[in-house]
Design a binder for this molecule. Sequence first.
Ligand SMILES: [Zn+2]
Ligand SMILES: [Zn+2]
Length: 203
Amino acid sequence: MRDIIEPEFEIDEKGRVLCKTHSNFEFFSQPKVNRYQQRELEKQLTCETCSHFFNDDCFFPRSEVNMIEYDRKKRNAFKCKLCGNKIDRMLTVMHKLYYKEKYNIELPLICCTCYETLKDGKFIESSKWRSNMFLYNALYAIYSLISVLFFILVYQVRIYYLLVFLLPIIYLFYQNMKKRKEIKEGMRYYQKYFIDSNNNNIR
Ligand SMILES: [Zn+2]
Ligand SMILES: [Zn+2]
């Protein structure tokens, strides 16, 4: 049997999940003094730069890591519980999967944007703002549709032009309403799991 390296996770002050057994952990845990170092950290903070990935002796076999990365990047399988955004940092996903596999504990996935607003105590405020932004965009799509209809009626252009505009407008509308719904669901999730636990009188 091969020797397996267990990942060991910790969360830094920016909410990044670091792995203590990652071969680059030294670099990850050092304070980052400039933007270049911050960018370099974000770039390298993945299992794919780890010697245990190359040697295939991590708790997560290489083939599984590849599959997880495929799901994360291409299939958008890991979304923020609070806003529906894709999770940008791979180790956030690994952290969640590890706790699930090892201890059967469900950790909520939280994106860096939501993490920041939670830390500053501005989650609800910022979610309301984000949800309104999506609503305005959706209303803008309706406004565009009416403008196109108006244009077609006034200038008697062929109805064919409506079809050209129709699809992108419907897409814009749909995408923004979907994002808005995800933010609303996130706010409900927050109210249920983040507030109830500290504040019993809400129940
Ligand atoms: Zn690993
Ligand atoms: Zn989020």
